[in-house]
Design a protein around this ligand. Structure first.
Ligand SMILES: Cc1cc2nc3c(=O)[nH]c(=O)nc-3n(C[C@H](O)[C@H](O)[C@H](O)COP(=O)(O)O)c2cc1C
Length: 167
């Protein structure tokens, strides 16, 4: 059976997670779409860090814009997020809870600044009916910047595993 793959990601600070999402897109020959909140986060970094903390602590799930693709059409969905306060960004929780995952293969990936938290595990728990595989953690610098600390070779190995999934 030919696989149909979709890459869905949230990326706010520098496009770090978007960068990894694009690697997944190429490897899986996938469609790709960002997750965007209806109400954008503040431009100010610290204001978003503070808001993100409140949202994570209270379990708030922000409204997100509809995406251009129907998740139901895909058997493989790669889902990417930055670590926000040791878990996935709240917008990704909204997305995961809005869909059913039975019969799908989910590829969780994330970026972080050195404190990855429990993101991969939290994604897996949010779609318990999915088969999760090929998860990836990518570390960027601890200043919230866009310098990648993870070895490029790790990304290449991951891309090779994704290619095998759809071959
Ligand atoms: C609201 C917020 C919370 C964050 N919390 C963490 C954290 O708990 N651990 C960590 O290592 N990095 C944390 N970071 C840093 C980001 O995870 C990191 O810079 C990530 O690569 C940004 O990805 P992006 O450019 O795709 O948004 C946080 C950043 C923001 C904005």
């Amino acid at each position: 059976m030919a696989h149909k793959a979709l890459v869905v990601y949230f990326s706010w600070s520098n496009g770090n997670t978007e960068h990894i999402a694009e690697i997944a897109q190429k490897a899986l020959n996938a469609d790709i779409t960002p997750i965007e909140t209806v109400v954008p986060y503040p431009d100010d970094y610290q204001a978003t860090v503070d808001q993100g903390q409140q949202e994570v602590n209270s379990g708030f799930e922000p409204d997100i814009n509809p995406i251009d693709f129907d998740v139901e059409d895909y058997d493989i969905v790669a889902i990417g997020t930055p670590t926000w306060w040791y878990t996935m960004a709240p917008a990704v929780t909204t997305f995961l809870h809005a869909h059913t995952w039975n019969g799908k293969t989910v590829i969780p990936f994330m970026t972080n600044g050195g404190w990855p938290g429990s993101v991969i595990n939290d994604i897996e728990e949010a779609c318990p009916d999915a088969t999760c595989t090929c998860s990836l953690e990518v570390r960027f610098d601890s200043n919230g910047g866009d310098t990648m600390m993870t070895d490029e070779a790790d990304l290449n190995r991951w891309a090779d595993r994704l290619k095998k999934l759809v071959s």
